[in-house]
Write a protein that binds this ligand. Structure first.
Ligand code: APR
Length: 257
């Protein structure tokens, strides 16, 4: 028997025209993506986040910061999407319009086939140059002549020679304007926002469900634990993304047939 909450969520989705899926770190958990803190092991444990994830830290010690991101990139690239990512791709095919807005920098939504993904905090799979922001999407020979945990000099930008940095949002930086504007527009216009695996504590991403709710959207939340979003959720589906999302797609398929 399908649990009542799942049926209710599926009914809401079935009549929706425009759905936004807002994902956070919990969405990547079952893929084994290490958090910033998880990755801070060995050599890296002695640095604080300001030294590893700020422009100032990069300007002070570019080889340290580039080496840290090479270390993180290597860990992230060895992870695979899980069935919850696949369920979002299936959902996209069942509904008129679905866009994913993510705080995650791992690129797993795109890797699993989601067509429209707005990345609020950038992507570790891309780089850009420090001085002009020229984008660089090429891969790096991961990496590091010196082996695991070694510092390494950032490669120069092919366009201008300035050092490349990861295209992620560092502490103290603005979120990318185009991504933020688009995400906010979708939040204002959607019928349903499905919020998956976020504590709702990191702003401005955390504001999106509140914007959607104020604009009249239904909020469905998936999380093993209550979050800052739970009090505005019309349906709270307690559980893991990798289990609840496939069950939700199954419930929607049952309703449709
Ligand atoms: N499925 C769904 N949700 C889960 C799972 C799971 N398997 N495991 C944990 N969660 C939930 C937790 O209960 C928590 O509410 O995911 C949430 C993770 O919260 P945070 O770690 O605060 O992550 P997030 O909300 O994404 O905010 C941190 O800020 O530093 C930046 O970009 C970085 O994404 C990161 C964000």
């Amino acid at each position: 028997m399908i649990p009542e909450g799942l049926i209710h969520a599926a009914e809401i989705l079935q009549s929706a025209q425009r759905v936004v899926v807002s994902t956070g770190a919990g969405m990547s958990r079952e893929s084994g993506i290490p958090t910033f803190r998880d990755a801070q092991e060995g050599l890296w444990a002695r640095f604080n986040p300001e030294e590893l994830a700020t422009e100032r830290g990069f300007r002070t010690a570019p080889a340290r910061v580039w080496g840290w991101y090479a270390h993180r990139r290597r860990a992230i690239m060895s992870c695979e999407p899980h069935p919850g990512h696949g369920a979002l791709v299936a959902l996209e095919r069942l509904l008129p319009e679905l866009v994913v807005v993510t705080q995650n920098i791992d690129g797993l939504h795109q890797a699993s086939g989601s067509a429209d993904v707005i990345e609020l905090h950038g992507s570790i799979r891309r780089s850009k140059c420090l001085d002009h922001g020229h984008p660089f999407a090429g891969a790096f020979d991961e990496e590091i002549a010196g082996g695991e945990d070694a510092e390494q000099d950032p490669p120069p930008c092919p366009d201008c020679g300035s050092p490349l940095r990861p295209d992620v949002v560092w502490f103290g930086e603005m979120l990318p304007a185009a991504a933020t504007t688009r995400a906010r527009e979708f939040a204002e216009q959607c019928d349903v926002m499905l919020v998956v695996g976020t504590s709702g504590m990191v702003w401005p991403a955390a504001e999106l469900p509140f914007v959607a709710e104020r604009s009249g959207a239904c909020i469905i939340e998936i999380n093993p634990d209550p979050s800052e979003i739970t009090r505005i959720a019309d349906v709270f589906l307690q559980g893991r993304a990798g289990e609840v999302l496939p069950a939700l797609v199954q419930a929607l398929n049952v309703l449709r047939h």
